[in-house]
Design a protein around this ligand. Structure first.
Ligand SMILES: Cc1ncc(COP(=O)(O)O)c(C=O)c1O
Length: 381
């Protein structure tokens, strides 16, 4: 995946050794528009956990209907970004976070009976009525993809069989408007996602009737996928096909990855080329402490070579042609590998490797402090 010219131009200006994330606001807006066009019947929230850079949050808060946050820190980001609508989800919310959510007028996704009781108490103290969905861990798995959070033993939400018990707890100050049903990460199967949305709506209508809830909200979460090994993305037209939202019900989707992945590029300069035990390594200024996703998910992240002419030393510049290389980072661990077996036609020390699809769960999930190397530059175009 080749970076657009505006990203290449931003990287060309950087001093050596290059180590940078570039975030592309136009790409964020374009992707939000594409999701809106494919799912005109849904409310679109951006899941801030994918990328909490303030400019990314600001851009997507404006391009979407609002944002989904999963901590007090993300709530502050959302407020600073001027988000018109905030939904607060995530396990282990503290009283302080619930109180902040109430003060911000956020809708809360309730994770347990204890959380419902605490929200009820805090709402009474604040003299407000809270609006909430109950997050449900459904009886069956719903979708292909990774990180299954429902239909499986996970700490997320209320198990379907315990829903009646939880809703029977006193909660006069909390209006339960519906259900939150986020299922998986990175699903690439569009028709399966359409079936999941239809089923989420159908199940919610039946569950609301069973439990005496006036159904107004069905939050189907995120999970729209991108394929890191190709240019493929979930077929959004297929996701939107044949989904009918009942009158009076709002269907919310809250993707993170799909909105942010293609708007981020991670660039790392090659500082050494070496061979050991039959393998060739390109060692870069950067690594998994900045971009942990490929190591965490166990795949090789593709990159493109940005050739740079400058060579400041009075000896011959090392260069490999038509070779297969492993891309290693600057950490003292053999696990600091961004990619294995990458074909390169021409790679020299001083060139820059540019990793696409790095805008979601890149910097934000990485272990930045390990070894205390300087952080990358962050450039927003
Ligand atoms: C509750 C919830 N909503 C939304 C998301 C965003 O998911 P994705 O980035 O896969 O679209 C997540 C991710 O873990 C989540 O847990």
């Amino acid at each position: 995946m080749r970076p657009p010219d505006r990203v290449v131009a931003a990287l060309r200006d950087l001093p050596s050794p290059v180590c940078a994330y570039v975030y592309d606001r136009q790409a964020l807006r374009d992707r939000a528009d594409a999701v809106r066009a494919a799912l005109p019947f849904a409310t679109l929230l951006y899941a801030v956990k994918a990328n909490g850079h303030p400019d990314v949050v600001r851009t997507l808060a404006a391009a979407c209907d609002g944002v989904e946050v999963a901590s007090g820190g993300e709530l502050l980001l959302a407020q600073a970004a001027g988000a018109r609508r905030i939904v607060f989800g995530g396990p282990a919310k503290t009283d302080a976070e619930l109180a902040a959510a109430l003060a911000a007028g956020a809708q809360v996704n309730i994770e347990s009976g204890q959380e419902l009781r605490r929200l009820d108490r805090l709402a009474r103290e604040a003299g407000v009525v809270a609006s909430a969905c109950v997050r449900v861990n459904r009886a069956t798995a719903a979708l292909p993809g990774s990180h299954a959070m429902t239909g499986a033993p996970t700490p997320f939400g209320v198990e379907e069989s315990q829903l009646g018990e939880v809703l029977a707890l006193p909660h006069d100050q909390v209006t339960v408007t519906g259900f939150h049903l986020h299922a998986v990460s990175n699903n690439l199967d569009g028709p399966a996602h359409a079936r999941f949305l239809a089923d989420a709506l159908d199940w919610s209508v039946r569950a609301a009737a069973r439990h005496g809830i006036h159904l107004r909200t069905v939050n189907a979460g995120g999970g729209f996928g991108v394929d890191y090994l190709s240019d493929a993305t979930i077929d959004l037209a297929a996701v939107g096909a044949g989904v009918t939202v009942p009158a009076g019900v709002e269907l919310i989707v809250e993707p993170g990855r799909l909105l942010a992945a293609d708007a981020g590029w991670y660039a790392a300069e090659v500082v050494d080329l070496k061979q050991a035990h039959g393998r060739r390594f390109a060692v870069v200024r950067g690594g998994t402490h900045h971009f942990r996703l490929p190591a965490a998910w166990g795949y090789s992240h593709p990159s493109t070579v940005l050739s740079r002419a400058a060579w400041p030393y009075p000896w011959e510049r090392p260069r490999w042609n038509d070779q297969t290389v492993d891309v290693a980072g600057e950490l003292c661990t053999p696990r600091d590998i961004l990619a294995r077996d990458q074909p390169v036609t021409d790679l020299a020390i001083g060139d820059v490797l540019v990793f696409g699809r790095a805008g979601a769960y890149g910097w934000d999930i990485s272990h930045h402090e390990f070894l205390r190397h300087p952080p990358p530059s962050f450039i927003v175009v």
